[in-house]
Design a protein around this ligand. Sequence first.
Ligand SMILES: [Zn+2]
Length: 281
Amino acid sequence: MQIQSRSKRTGARFYDSLSAREFESKLEIPSGKDPTQNAWLTITLNYSLNFADSKNRVPGLVVTDGSGNFFAKPSNPTAKAMPIKDWDFKSQTEFARKFAKAESFWNHKFLLITPQDYDAFDFTSFGGPGWICRPNVICLFRLGSGGSPNHLKLNVVRAEGFFRSDQFTYDDGDVNDKTVWHELGHSLDQLHIRALLGDPFCTTPANINHNICYTEPKGVKPNIQGTGTGLIPQNAKAWHELIAQHTETSQSKWRVSMNTKVPPRKLQMGFQVRGVMPKNW
Ligand SMILES: [Zn+2]
């Protein structure tokens, strides 16, 4: 499956695919020593970088004209092959560093508010009068270099001129703008902004390439899965789905907050009636 996107850097279009919908997740509950500590839901996406050039001729990607010139061939047959430069240690290191740093765009941006009738995270805090605390869930994102299993095997080229990237093939410039954040959004199982907002036209496989699906509806600010770099609660899609799986509850009971500092709810222990907790709090 391929979808069309737009590079901010060049204004040109490129294709990115959504097939690498794999990552792993871990839910961790606080020990209870700190009454202000929320729980953690961490998504880890393991990846590897393969630097393709004339010395590392990735089949189907690196082609030659037979005169010593090398080109990168985009996966989309209508896109143009572009001349490439060889990598050196410095350019590889710089790409690897910037790619790893892109993790921070998706890390710690959302909080899941624990439902009123879900008590499995509750802990007791015995400072002062004593409290029952109900942690919320912080959404974390980790890019794992070389981790196993490998969820995302990237080939990277140094194209001279505009190269049409896809989810598995990056150009070295893609880490210099929002492209990498957008692509990671796809790796986090997100389509484009209109699909995220539930527009049935844009969730239909035949239409996900459509320009309108990148365009935020009136009242929605430029979004990373649209024309900008903003985030809204719908961008928490993967965490929101995963918390329901981890806790075997209905996803609709969990509210996504963009305020990641909402502390655990606290109920004073005296509030219990003959040792019985109120049903919802
Ligand atoms: Zn896209």
